[in-house]
Design a protein around this ligand. Structure first.
Ligand SMILES: [Zn+2]
Length: 316
């Protein structure tokens, strides 16, 4: 794919890295979602410094990765970006994060992003993502650009990041040169991820609620440990506990809902449906045997919106 760059000679310093950034973007996003379908790509220096058109972007090196990403949405997957900006700018920000890690030669991490939304939830200037981007007011940048990666971080915390990326790749294939609505996206992801995520889409897209979890108490009796998990927010989440054991002692018993992260650390998971009875506290019972537990952490990867993560740890 030829990349053309059009700029005045005195502006050359803004294009020193533009070619290599655009080349990386074309190759990385082609592999991530779908091959770039157009015969060329042109960067022009103005009239603005960040705007996208099919095969043409107003961009120097500063926005080259982001504006190139727009060739996938909305140029290939034709979303209504003025009405549902998160399907365009929001998904774009998500892929920009993955691209940046790849460019640095590092494996990506989306840890912490989902949790960070807890510090924003409750702001009166935030419009729900399903509001028209044109009506989002002073919270437009967050609503349209920044919130979708936080949402997809939590989704990855539930089904795994690779599963999210694979589902998004299939969504791209299914909807290229068509016009998906938000409901097409939600149903597609539910089907592809093989679970009913209506609760998830409802809270992230239609509300500005968060999870606000904490560990209230931990009791141990005859090798059985019970963790009292509390959720103060309106958004539910799966219960994910990292359990760190003392290195010496009796063997750690296997649990059906646990996997060992290393010889002395387990991650235990209960589905989101434990909250569907409306109760605020869930008693997570674990029968690991008599090995002493050193530390328990709720949501160890920081995926669920929570303003105060300090109370997710036991003991404290
Ligand atoms: Zn953009």
């Amino acid at each position: 794919i030829p990349i053309h760059m059009v700029y005045a000679p005195e502006r050359a310093r803004f294009f020193e890295k533009a070619g290599s950034i655009t080349r990386h973007a074309l190759e990385f996003y082609s592999a991530l979602w779908a091959p770039y379908p157009f015969p060329q790509m042109t960067l022009q220096d103005g009239p603005s410094a960040g705007m996208e058109y099919p095969m043409v972007i107003n961009s120097n090196q500063g926005a080259a990765d982001h504006e190139t990403a727009h060739q996938w949405w909305p140029m290939m997957v034709g979303t209504n970006e003025t009405r549902y900006g998160w399907m365009d700018e929001g998904f774009n920000q998500y892929m920009n994060i993955l691209s940046e890690y790849d460019e640095q030669g590092k494996p990506y991490s989306l840890n912490g992003l989902g949790q960070s939304y807890g510090r924003i939830s409750g702001s009166e200037s935030e419009a729900p993502m399903m509001w028209s981007a044109n009506d989002a007011g002073s919270g437009y940048g967050f609503q349209t650009y920044q919130k979708a990666p936080l949402m997809l971080s939590m989704l990855g915390g539930i089904v795994g990041d690779e599963a999210v990326i694979n589902a998004m790749k299939k969504y791209t294939a299914a909807w290229t040169f068509k016009h998906p609505s938000p409901w097409d996206y939600m149903f597609f992801m539910n089907n592809e991820l093989k679970q009913n995520l209506e609760w998830f889409w409802y809270y992230w897209l239609f509300t500005t609620e968060s999870v606000e979890s904490s560990i209230k108490n931990v009791t141990t009796q005859k090798g059985k440990t019970t963790v009292e998990v509390h959720q103060a927010g309106q958004m539910p989440s799966p219960v994910v506990l990292k359990v760190e054991f003392e290195t010496a002692g009796p063997a750690i018993k296997k649990l059906a809902n646990a996997r060992m992260l290393d010889a002395n650390t387990a991650e235990v998971t209960w589905p989101v449906s434990v909250w569907f009875n409306g109760k605020r506290t869930f008693s997570a019972a674990m029968d690991f045997g008599d090995r002493k537990i050193k530390k328990i952490t709720f949501d160890p990867n920081g995926r669920f919106p929570d303003a105060n993560a300090a109370d997710n740890v036991w003991p404290r």
